[in-house]
Design a protein around this ligand. Structure first.
Ligand SMILES: *[C@@H]1O[C@H](CO)[C@@H](O)[C@H](O)[C@H]1NC(C)=O
Ligand SMILES: *[C@@H]1O[C@H](CO)[C@@H](O)[C@H](O)[C@H]1NC(C)=O
Ligand SMILES: *[C@@H]1O[C@H](CO)[C@@H](O)[C@H](O)[C@H]1NC(C)=O
Ligand SMILES: *[C@@H]1O[C@H](CO)[C@@H](O)[C@H](O)[C@H]1NC(C)=O
Ligand SMILES: *[C@@H]1O[C@H](CO)[C@@H](O)[C@H](O)[C@H]1NC(C)=O
Ligand SMILES: *[C@@H]1O[C@H](CO)[C@@H](O)[C@H](O)[C@H]1NC(C)=O
Ligand SMILES: *[C@@H]1O[C@H](CO)[C@@H](O)[C@H](O)[C@H]1NC(C)=O
Ligand SMILES: *[C@@H]1O[C@H](CO)[C@@H](O)[C@H](O)[C@H]1NC(C)=O
Length: 329
């Protein structure tokens, strides 16, 4: 179970939401577009465009180019359409480990969803689990964009805080250097680090239009937020995502990213089996900790029951599935 918080205008207004972890990990493969995990309709611009304006035509043309692109294979899309003052610039970015077809489908979904969520907006930003999109009338290429920030974390605590923090810092420092030194097609790194009995798995990523120095500093700022963020003190949390337009990171105690050689999915971390869906969004912070603990305890118990059912179902369907695998080869 994840909780999340979105600091708006330097933590003036904090909006707290809880998510069903499982929903966030559904690949966007269906025709109906899933909801964004986070969206902001005043991205880089606070204005509205009028219906049938040149800006709208440019935006529509740009979004449909993004949706139908079949050339891009590295998961980074940057396009501009039109001339000042009606020029629209857009960036879409897939998480660095997702397959090309999954990425295209996610970007396609995002181009439709962003218009639905932010109608007539000069600038907008939408975040899915596997990709994000943003557009603006201002230039957004080669610029470190750290607002808005979006966080989610897993309510579960780590076993040994000191050990975990040391391992996390070591891992993130290593991944930062690796991602920043990536080329102009991809700036992404994955890795793992043992922290006693736990192993931390993490990804870090920048949009590859940033220079090595820009990527490095974007990530460094992001790392600082781990210990120093509004209500989202994610220190000691077993999993967290910190997402900004220009760079993002995530860690978990189990492998959640797609290893290049790893085709079969690894055993999911325990929270993935959480069957509780979409607790009502809550405002304010007072009851948050208590709520997370309650949700964690309840979901652990229900999760155990589900697990037993799953094992039974798995045993029953195993033979059939093995047959299907062979047939689909
Ligand atoms: C993009 O999504 C729309 C609606 O979800 C769908 O109709 C269309 O076929 C998709 N386009 C591509 C290129 O996948
Ligand atoms: C973008 O649009 C906003 C709102 O209409 C406007 O204030 C701003 O000057 C525009 N920026 C550019 C670069 O055109
Ligand atoms: C943009 O439109 C929204 C309603 O769609 C309105 O509330 C807002 O005031 C408008 N903003 C500007 C700058 O015109
Ligand atoms: C936009 O254009 C369409 C088709 O040209 C027209 O039917 C519609 O009334 C226009 N809307 C506005 C608000 O001008
Ligand atoms: C993970 O990689 C496999 C093999 O390349 C691919 O089939 C699968 O779609 C990938 N998963 C995601 C989420 O991209
Ligand atoms: C963990 O990291 C080591 C190198 O640090 C790597 O060899 C190994 O493949 C990684 N394991 C996973 C599951 O990513
Ligand atoms: C998009 O990014 C690539 C690589 O970072 C760069 O070469 C290209 O000029 C960019 N396109 C636009 C329209 O800025
Ligand atoms: C964040 O949480 C950690 C561990 O729970 C605690 O040691 C630290 O003081 C907290 N930091 C802030 C700024 O609240």
């Amino acid at each position: 179970m994840y909780a999340s918080t979105v600091p708006m205008d330097s933590s003036k207004l904090v909006l707290l939401l809880s998510f069903s972890y499982i929903l966030l990990h559904q690949p966007s493969l269906t025709a109906a577009q899933p909801n964004f995990a986070y969206s902001n309709c005043n991205y880089n611009s606070v204005g509205n465009y009028t219906t049938n304006s040149t800006y709208q035509r440019n935006l529509n043309s740009l979004l449909s180019s993004l949706a139908s692109d079949t050339q891009i294979k590295n998961g980074f899309y940057n396009l501009s359409v039109g001339e000042f003052p009606d020029r629209v610039n857009a960036i879409a970015l897939c998480r660095g480990d997702v397959a090309v077809d999954v990425c295209r489908s996610c970007v396609n979904d995002s181009t439709h969803k962003i218009l639905e969520v932010c109608p007539n907006k000069m600038g907008a930003y939408g975040v899915y689990s596997l990709c994000m999109i943003r557009y603006s009338n201002s230039s957004i290429f080669g610029v470190v964009d750290e607002q808005p920030s979006y966080y989610q974390w897993n309510g579960k605590k780590v076993l040994d805080l000191t050990l975990f923090n040391q391992a996390l810092q070591t891992l993130l420092a290593r991944l930062r250097a690796k991602a920043a030194s990536g080329n102009s097609l991809k700036k992404f790194a994955t890795g793992n680090q043992s922290a006693g009995v736990e192993t931390i798995y993490a990804i870090v990523q920048c949009t590859p239009d940033l220079s090595e120095g820009q990527c490095s500093s974007c990530l460094l700022d992001l790392f600082r937020m781990i210990t120093n963020c509004c209500d989202g003190n994610v220190t000691g949390k077993i999993g967290a995502k910190l997402i900004r337009p220009s760079c993002n990171l995530r860690w978990e105690a189990g492998q959640f990213f797609n290893g290049t050689l790893e085709i079969l999915p690894s055993p999911p971390p325990p929270q993935i089996s959480s069957p509780i869906s979409l607790p009502a969004p809550a405002q304010g912070t007072k009851s948050n900790t208590a709520r997370i603990i309650v949700i964690t305890v309840v979901s652990s118990a229900v999760g155990a029951v589900i697990l037993v059912i799953c094992i039974c179902l798995f045993k029953r369907t195993r033979k059939q599935r093995e047959k299907e695998r062979i047939e689909s080869k």
